[in-house]
Structures are given as structure tokens and as C-alpha cells.
Design a protein around this ligand. Structure first.
Ligand code: GAL
Ligand code: MG
Length: 994
């Protein structure tokens, strides 16, 4: 057969000689192999391949596949892996625009002729003995974007669709030894027009490559349905078997007991009584085994797949699983690894699945393409609901002009998109975890996508169809494509408006809570809808993991890079860093919030009585333990542990029998529900939910000891207060306290400065806050001290500095220091309320301390960073950290490290020196960081931050929320903003560390 490079730009050619897609069941030679999950019928071809790279097809060595072509001057490359991450070409990050934007006109299906890298891969192999004499197939699990394959010099086939398998039969061309497999991978093809996802643009063979043999008889495909009627399981299987054989099938439960079996049938139906149904909460699985034998009973092939019995359906306009209204506590997950791009490892997937389970996430949208097959097995086994998404996104074709949309209703693209739907469906159809098929992402609408939807419906009545793109089309013309109203970044109010219409269609947010940088503020405004509207069925956070790549900076340090850092242009820069975990799979502080808001247990304590609302659909609390802890100022007074079974869907109360709280101080009753024993996703003791209640609060009685009066010196420029163990100097010129010594040790490097500015977050930048709020940048930073007054009181000297803020309208604020004669320093910053100013980012006082005060301990909300609109997951407690640790890993440095509800904060060095800041009237917010807000503001990467010389302690009366509805214009919700026209004070007391 003749091949041509014309196929690359012909949307109607996307598969040549490719075998038709099939289920991803596993095949073994014997039952023993199946039990050990080690198949002799599979030969992995991963590893080191010979490789050469050309920048474009015209410079490609087109005869490299020939048997007499030498690979002597080829390099080595690792398979699976991307070319760009192994030194060939460079990665490029773009969001909606096509990567060649600005370099050639918009001309689908054409791609740039001079910028279309070609990777030529060669792999020599001998066939493993167990595969010899059988039909043998070659499977590529993922190749981006188009590949041509040759075996032993002969052309074998061509395929597109980067994210589903491309398989070819090798049998007639195959030798037992000395085979030459040659693969040419083209980075760009007409397929690139269908793969305009918001991600790094890579190419190459990035998933497994293997051979598999089909014995004399072989299960090519199996289609299973495992329905659940509330009691029994209704099982059916359609087997596509090649070759003459005897057939036996077995359905076994987790204990290995056979619950159903058949002989000689290719269409199987069983009713299995009293089945244990599958759900994310109780992922009960059965094993389906097909044994093919010859007439003498000799094993030919054993195929196996896992089965979960469940019923997913629309009932009265509500999506139900096993009869119950389901809530998707979801997240969008790109396959990503900071070192390997989308060539992720099994270890990554195992980390991810455990992360999801540990943090109360019950659903994943495989944005925006079918994932590695292992992921589906893990989701079946651990219990995660999936929206399985077709590899289709054409965002750049319609973002500026819907009339240019591909595929729309264009006939030349229809077969290609249908093929993508089919490849996904056929591969993944037997997975219990897949509840919803998605037609793709952001591809606008037309007859082609309508045909995909019709295909899913016709093939699979056991699942629903999802597509968000219908919302883009005026006039609801294509609403019928999707079974649910799915939107992205709809605001809570907009969702509510939809739900109030009672359209009879369920609602979900396929994307919400844009977790870019310091974000996820106001998430509870969404989860609050769960109780109010049955048709609200949850959403999927955008997204799971930052897409940032490990690289070396000019100093040879390992850093995480984002768009543009490789000189890649055009680019969308940091827009790929929206994860709740960082690219190196460490957790960001955002996780604390989603874990709490996604918890299936809701607990509260009032008057010593615990209420537990078990919002699981199926799981009771028998596998949990409840821990009760009574604390005062972080010190544990009393603990208790008990088990208690609250059935799924029920709300129960129980008295905690707490001891009477002590007479003074703040007592907190903390209850957490933890796993009682080890599970496959967490060790025993893993917290799934918590609550706390402040039980009693008496102000500590004022200790009225009369301290000795210190020496007070009224200098011309400086006022001094000198006590037995302390001394303070107040500088009239500088406008504040310039020296604070305890036991002769100096704590200040500069006069504390009022600041109304926070380093803009990604969300702030997205809303235009830098420009709107710019007045606040200079207001405190460049303020001028205009006046100072002092007054000696019975127990203190009060010095009040008045500042004129550097902004328009100018206003005055005061900082009043109270030098208590016992050595405590009171500080009160007072803001008058100003009309004509935009809302205020933060109202804070910054202390520039020596670097040595890098450790801190506080009694307040923690342990992770939190904000007024992101503290549902934080809890009151005594927490410790360091300035460096407190600098969050947001790749574009920005506001971070804040804590709300702080009663006291101590910063200290390793030698007993330190200061304690305590609330005077009400709790404050604070951060301790190695950099000032202004330093953070200036840097675009973490490694641009200046050398650490100080510790910056920021004490704030209040900081506005971080928001998170989206990062391109959504403001922080009003209730979490700081109106500028209201007066405000910040009051604290500073004293030496006790
Ligand atoms: C959505 C899109 C995602 C991502 C996100 C912004 O529109 O579906 O792929 O681009 O916006 O981060
Ligand atoms: Mg997009």
C-alpha cells in the first residue's frame, strides 16, 4: 500500500489500516497468568528507541524506515516520552489560539509547512517466544498528533487522535527475530485543528507501546452491562470472539466466589441476586473472566475485566446513581508530570487517585481527552465517578468568529470526530466509573457534534451525554446534544437563576472555581446550592494540577517554568498554572478548602451536643472513628474517642459529655471523623471531616499590677521610654517607633509601615484590579507623616502620628503607639473611611524584622493559608511554621501566606528572642513571609525574588478575599471586599516572647 504525506492535512484521512477499537479488557494465555496479572501474550516495547528529528516534513529523511537505512547516526530517545522534553524542539504553551497563530493565516485543515517537526523512531525487536506463531498486533496507546508506521520496510498504517489507541496487525510482515519497527510522528496535522486544548503543545509517542498476540481463539471485544435494580444485578455480555473454541465465562465476587457462569455463549445474561452495587463510596467490584479452550479443554486464552453493578439514570430531571440523587464533588484533571509532561507514570496516577480519595473528591472530568487506561481501572477500584471526554477541542476556530468553527456541520470533519467518540467509547465502555460521555470541550456546535451525541446515545443507554458547548450557540439550537445543563464559570447567582427556572434538566458546572494562583475563594457559595436545589448536581473545579515544567534557570537551579519561559511564542504565559496541587505534586493551600467543602459528613457542635449529617448516599459511618478534643488556647484539656454509626442520608445527634470549661480563656471543642482502619487510599486515622465550636469565652481578667514608672525622655526628634527590661524610641521625623528593645535586644530594623496593598493575585490581575486599585499601592507606601502628638497617662505614654496618604483623594490616618509602663507596646492604626476610593485590598501594618525571626507560632485559623472568603477548611488552633515555608508556591509570586482569626502571633529566632503580637479588641489577620508585598508584586517567577534579608510580618485588620469564580474578570464577592468608606481600626499589643 502506498502512503502519502497528503493525509496529514486531509481531515477525511485519520486512520489507514488501523484495526477497529475494542474494549480494554486484559488477555492472558492461562488462568494462572490471569490470577497473577502477568500476561505472556503482551510484549512491551517501551524503552530506548533510535530517533532522529527534523524541523519539518521537507527536511525529513523519508526512507528511514527501509531495512537498508542505517540508524547509525540516530540518537537515543525514551519511549514513552515527548520529543520536546528530550531535547527536540521546544514545548509551547498556548490556550485558545493555535500554536502557529500569527505565523500563517487561519486555514483549516492546513498546518505550517516549515514548522511541523517530525520524529523518526526506530525500534529493532525479536518476538518473545510466547507470541510466535500467533496473530500479533501493535498497540500505541498515545501518539501526538499523527503517525505513520512501517514494519520491516513495508508500510503498515497511519493514525490520528493523540489520546486513544492506534493499533495495527503485524502478522504477515512479522519475523521471529530481527524486526525493524519504524514510526514517523508528525507534530502537526489536520488533527491539530481538533486538539486545541488549553495545554502544553507536545508531540511524540507519550504512552505505552506494546505488541499483543491473539491465540487461536481470542476475545477481540466485550461489551458488558451491569445494571442494578436496587437489589439484584442484571448482567449481560456480548463477546466478539475470533477463532474456533469453547467458551466459558465466570463472574466472581471479591472473595472469589462464582456468582454466575455460562458455557458456549457469546451473548450472556444473568440475574445475580443480592448484588453489592458499585459507587464511589463503596466501589464493590466483581471479576468477569472468559475462558477459551480447544475441544480437548486446553486453555487458549483467558480474558478478564472488572465489573461494577450500578444504575445511572435521569429520574424526574435529576441524575441518580442507584436510585439516589448524585452530587459531583469533582475536579478537572489533565494528565501531567512536571518532568515528563503528559507521559505520566503509574506512580503519578496512584498518587492522584489517593489524593482524590483523601480529599473528598468523588468525580473527575478527564479534561479534555481520554486518559491512560490505567486511570479507569483505578477509578473503578478506588471509587471515582468519571466524565470521560472525547479528544476534541477547536477553541481557536470560533473564539473570534463562530462562523469559522470546525467541525460545526462540515461534512469533511464529521467522520474524524465520530471516530474519536467511537475510539473512546469502545475502549472505555466497560468501566463502572464512567458515568457520562462528553463530546469534547469548547468546540462550539453543529451537526457533527450532534452526531457524536447521537452515537453515544445509540451505543449506550446506560450513561448520559455531556456537552457544554451548546451554551455558546444563540437560540438553544443544539441543547438536545447534552442531557444536562453544563456550564463553565457560571457564577453562583447565574446558576441559581437557572435552577429557579426549573427546566427539568439537571445542572452541573463542568468547570468552576478557577484555581489559578491564590484562588478558590467563595467556593462555599457553590456548595451552598447543593441543599437548595435538587437539580444542582455539583461541579468540577478547574483544575487539579499546575501545568509547569521543570527546567534549569541561568544559575543552574531547578525551577518550574510556565508558558513563555522556553522562548515559546506565541504563549499564554502563566495561564497553565491553575492547579490545586503544584506541578511537582506538592499540595497547595487551596486543598484545605475543597476538602472541607467536599466532605460528605457535615458536623456541628452546639452546647456540647454533636450533630452529624451523613450526606453519603450509601456509606454509613461504621468505618469511621470520632475524635473529640477540648482545647484552650491550643492546649489540650480533654480527649475522647468513640465509634458511632450514622446511616447514609441520616442526621443524628449525640451528647459529648464534655467537662466544664475553665473559667477564663477561649475553649474550643474540636471533633473530627477519621478512618478507623487502613484503606487502600489512606492509613487509619485519616480525617475525612471536622468541626469545631468555641465553647466558652471569658476575657482574661486584667492583671492590675502597678509597674514602676520608666524614664521618659522628651527629645527634640526622638521620644524615649526606658523601663527596667525594655526601651522604646519614637522618631518624630520618621513617623513612628524606631527602636523596640527588650532585655537590650533590638527588634526593629525600620518603623512599621501601614500598607493598603497586597501583591496582586492572578485573580486580581484578571479583574483589572492593579489599575482599579492602584491608588492603594502608593497610599501607605509613600504616605507622609504630618503630625505627632503625645500624652502621658497614668500607666502609659501615648504617641499619635498622623499621616497623609499618598493618593487621590488624599486622606489622613493615624498610628497611635501606647508605651505601657510594663513594657507592652499597644498599636492602634485608625482609618477614617474615605469616599471616592475603590474598595481596599488590605488594611495592614508591616514590620520589617531581621531575617532571624523566621519561625512563627500563632493561635488562629490554620494550618494552611486562608482568607476571609476561603476559610471553611481552616480551623482554630495553635500552629507553627516558618517565613520560607509560608511562601506559597504560586509560580507568579503574589499575595500569599495569610491567616484569619488570629488571636496571638509569636515570631522568634533559635535563641529565645522574639515578639508576640496579640489581639486587643478583635482577632486580626497576618502573614509572616521572607518578602514584602512590594517585592512579591515585582517578580514574575519565584526565582526572581530578591535574596532573603528580612522577615516581613504583616498584621492586618482585614484583607479582602481572593475570589475564584474565574481569573479573567470575576470580582471578589462583595461580602468579601473592604468598602473604603467605612472607618476601621487595627489594634494589637506587642510584647516580648514569653
Ligand atoms: C476553560 C477551558 C479550560 C481552560 C480554562 C481556563 O474555558 O475549558 O481548558 O482553558 O477555561 O483555565
Ligand atoms: Mg479552551
Amino acid at each position: 500500500m502506498q502512503y502519502t504525506l497528503d493525509w496529514l492535512t486531509d481531515p477525511e484521512v485519520f486512520a489507514v489500516n488501523r484495526i477497529s477499537p475494542h474494549s480494554d479488557h486484559k488477555c492472558y494465555a492461562t488462568l494462572a497468568e490471569a490470577d497473577a496479572d502477568r500476561s505472556s501474550l503482551v510484549q512491551l516495547l517501551n524503552g530506548t528507541w533510535k530517533f532522529t528529528w527534523a524541523p519539518c516534513p521537507s527536511r525529513w529523511q523519508a526512507d528511514f524506515f527501509r531495512e537498508d537505512s542505517s540508524t547509525e547516526d540516530f540518537d537515543d530517545i525514551q519511549v514513552p516520552g515527548h520529543m520536546e522534553l528530550q531535547g527536540y524542539g521546544k514545548p509551547q504553551y498556548v490556550n485558545t489560539m493555535y500554536p502557529w497563530e500569527g505565523t500563517m493565516p487561519f486555514q483549516p485543515p492546513l498546518v505550517p509547512e516549515h514548522d511541523n517537526p517530525v520524529g523518526s523512531y526506530v525500534r529493532m525487536f525479536d518476538l518473545e517466544p510466547a507470541l510466535r506463531g500467533k496473530r500479533v498486533f501493535l498497540s500505541f496507546q498515545g501518539v501526538e498528533t499523527a503517525l505513520y508506521v512501517w514494519l520491516n520496510g513495508t508500510f503498515l498504517g497511519y493514525s490520528e487522535d493523540s489520546f486513544t489507541p492506534s493499533e495495527f496487525e503485524l502478522t504477515p510482515l512479522l519475523r521471529d527475530t530481527g524486526n525493524k519497527l519504524a514510526v514517523a510522528v508528525f507534530k502537526r496535522s489536520s488533527a491539530s485543528w481538533l486538539e486545541d486544548q488549553d495545554f502544553w503543545r507536545f508531540s511524540g509517542i507519550f504512552r505505552d507501546v506494546f505488541l499483543y498476540a491473539a491465540p487461536a481463539a481470542h476475545v477481540r471485544d466485550m461489551k458488558l452491562t451491569a445494571d442494578y435494580d436496587g437489589k439484584d444485578g442484571i448482567f449481560s455480555a456480548t463477546l466478539d470472539i475470533e477463532g474456533d473454541c469453547r467458551i466459558r465465562t465466570l463472574l466472581t465476587d471479591a472473595a472469589g466466589t462464582v456468582v454466575a457462569q455460562s458455557s458456549g455463549m457469546r451473548n450472556i445474561h444473568h440475574t445475580v441476586e443480592n448484588i453489592r452495587p458499585w459507587s464511589a463510596e463503596r466501589p464493590n467490584l466483581y471479576t468477569f473472566t472468559v475462558l477459551l479452550t480447544d475441544a480437548s479443554g486446553r486453555e487458549l486464552e483467558v480474558s478478564r475485566t472488572m465489573v461494577g453493578f450500578r444504575r445511572f439514570e435521569l429520574k424526574d430531571g435529576i441524575m441518580c446513581l442507584n436510585g439516589k440523587r448524585i452530587l459531583f464533588k469533582g475536579i478537572n484533571r489533565h494528565e501531567f508530570n512536571a518532568k515528563r509532561g503528559r507521559a505520566i507514570t503509574e506512580e503519578d496516577m496512584r498518587f492522584d487517585i489517593r489524593f482524590m480519595k483523601q480529599n473528598n473528591i468523588n468525580a473527575v472530568r478527564t479534561c479534555h481527552y481520554p486518559n491512560n487506561s490505567l486511570w479507569y481501572q483505578l477509578c473503578d477500584r478506588y471509587g471515582i465517578y468519571l466524565i470521560d471526554e472525547t479528544n476534541l477541542e477547536t477553541h481557536g476556530t470560533w473564539a473570534f468568529d463562530p462562523a469559522r468553527n470546525v467541525p460545526a456541520s462540515r461534512p469533511e470533519w464529521k467522520a474524524a470526530v465520530l471516530d474519536r467518540a467511537r475510539s473512546m467509547y469502545e475502549r472505555d465502555k466497560n468501566h463502572a466509573s464512567v458515568l457520562i460521555w462528553s463530546c469534547g470541550n469548547e468546540s462550539y456546535c453543529g451537526e457533527d457534534i450532534a452526531a457524536m451525541s447521537a452515537y453515544f446515545r445509540a451505543s449506550d443507554p446506560t450513561r448520559l451525554v455531556h456537552y457544554e458547548g451548546v451554551t455558546q450557540v444563540p437560540g438553544h439550537k443544539y441543547d438536545h446534544i447534552t442531557d444536562m445543563e453544563s456550564r463553565m464559570y457560571a457564577k453562583p447567582q447565574e446558576i441559581e437563576d437557572y435552577l429557579k427556572q426549573q427546566t427539568g434538566r439537571p445542572y452541573l458546572s463542568c468547570e468552576y472555581m478557577h484555581a489559578m494562583g491564590n484562588s478558590l475563594g467563595g467556593m462555599h457559595l457553590y456548595t451552598d446550592l447543593e441543599d437548595k436545589y435538587p437539580a444542582y448536581q455539583g461541579g468540577f473545579i478547574w483544575d487539579y494540577i499546575d501545568q509547569a515544567l521543570e527546567t534549569q534557570n541561568d544559575d543552574g537551579e531547578t525551577v518550574l517554568a510556565y508558558g513563555g519561559d522556553f522562548g515559546d511564542r506565541p504563549t499564554d504565559y502563566g495561564f497553565c498554572t491553575n492547579g490545586v496541587i503544584y506541578a511537582d505534586r506538592t499540595l497547595s493551600p487551596k486543598v484545605q478548602e475543597l476538602k472541607a467543602l467536599y466532605a460528605n459528613l457535615r458536623m456541628s457542635v452546639r452546647d456540647g451536643v454533636l450533630t452529624v449529617e451523613n450526606r453519603n448516599l450509601f456509606a454509613d459511618t461504621s468505618d469511621l472513628t470520632f475524635l473529640v478534643r477540648l482545647e484552650q488556647n491550643g492546649t489540650v484539656l480533654h480527649t475522647r474517642t468513640f465509634s458511632w454509626n450514622v446511616p447514609a442520608g441520616e442526621c443524628r445527634t449525640i451528647p459529648l459529655h464534655l467537662p466544664a470549661p475553665p473559667q477564663s480563656g477561649e475553649t474550643v471543642c474540636h471533633v473530627s471523623a477519621v478512618t478507623a482502619s487502613d484503606t487502600d487510599w489512606a492509613a487509619a486515622g485519616h480525617e475525612v471531616a471536622f468541626t469545631q465550636e468555641i465553647v466558652e469565652s471569658h476575657p482574661a481578667p486584667a492583671t492590675d499590677v502597678m509597674p514602676a514608672k520608666p524614664v521618659i525622655v522628651y527629645g527634640d526628634v526622638v521620644l524615649g521610654v526606658h523601663g527596667e527590661h525594655f526601651s522604646m524610641l519614637f522618631d518624630k521625623k520618621e513617623g513612628g517607633i524606631c527602636s523596640l528593645k527588650y532585655h537590650g535586644f533590638e527588634y526593629l530594623t525600620r518603623t512599621p509601615q501601614v500598607s493598603f496593598w497586597r501583591a496582586m493575585t492572578d485573580n486580581d490581575r484578571g479583574t483589572g484590579a492593579p489599575e482599579q486599585l492602584a491608588q492603594w499601592y502608593t497610599a501607605g507606601k509613600f504616605a507622609k507623616c504630618e503630625d505627632v502628638r503625645w500624652e502621658e497617662q497614668a500607666h502609659a505614654l501615648k504617641i499619635c502620628f498622623t499621616y497623609r496618604a499618598a493618593c487621590t483623594p488624599a486622606f489622613r490616618y493615624t498610628v497611635t503607639y501606647t508605651a505601657h509602663f510594663d513594657g507592652r507596646l499597644g498599636i492602634c492604626v485608625s482609618y477614617p473611611g474615605v469616599s471616592g476610593m475603590p474598595h481596599m485590598p488590605v488594611f495592614a501594618l508591616d514590620f520589617k524584622l531581621k531575617r532571624q525571626f523566621r519561625s512563627f507560632r500563632y493561635y488562629g485559623m490554620g494550618p494552611a493559608e486562608n482568607y476571609c472568603d476561603r476559610n471553611c477548611g481552616a480551623r482554630l488552633g495553635l500552629w507553627e511554621s516558618t517565613a520560607e515555608e509560608n511562601l506559597s508556591g504560586y509560580l507568579n509570586p503574589q499575595e500569599c501566606g495569610n491567616r484569619t482569626g488570629v488571636r496571638t502571633l509569636s515570631v522568634f529566632d533559635g535563641a529565645q528572642h522574639g515578639l508576640t503580637f496579640s489581639k486587643a479588641d478583635k482577632p486580626f489577620e497576618m502573614s509572616v513571609l521572607p518578602h514584602s508585598a512590594y517585592e512579591l508584586e515585582n517578580a514574575l517567577h519565584l526565582d526572581e525574588l530578591p535574596r532573603v534579608r528580612y522577615t516581613w510580618v504583616r498584621i492586618a485588620a482585614k484583607q479582602m478575599g481572593v475570589g475564584g469564580d474565574d481569573s479573567w474578570g470575576a470580582p471578589v464577592h462583595e461580602e468579601y471586599c473592604i468598602p473604603a468608606d467605612q472607618p476601621m481600626t487595627l489594634q494589637i499589643i506587642v510584647e516580648p516572647l514569653q
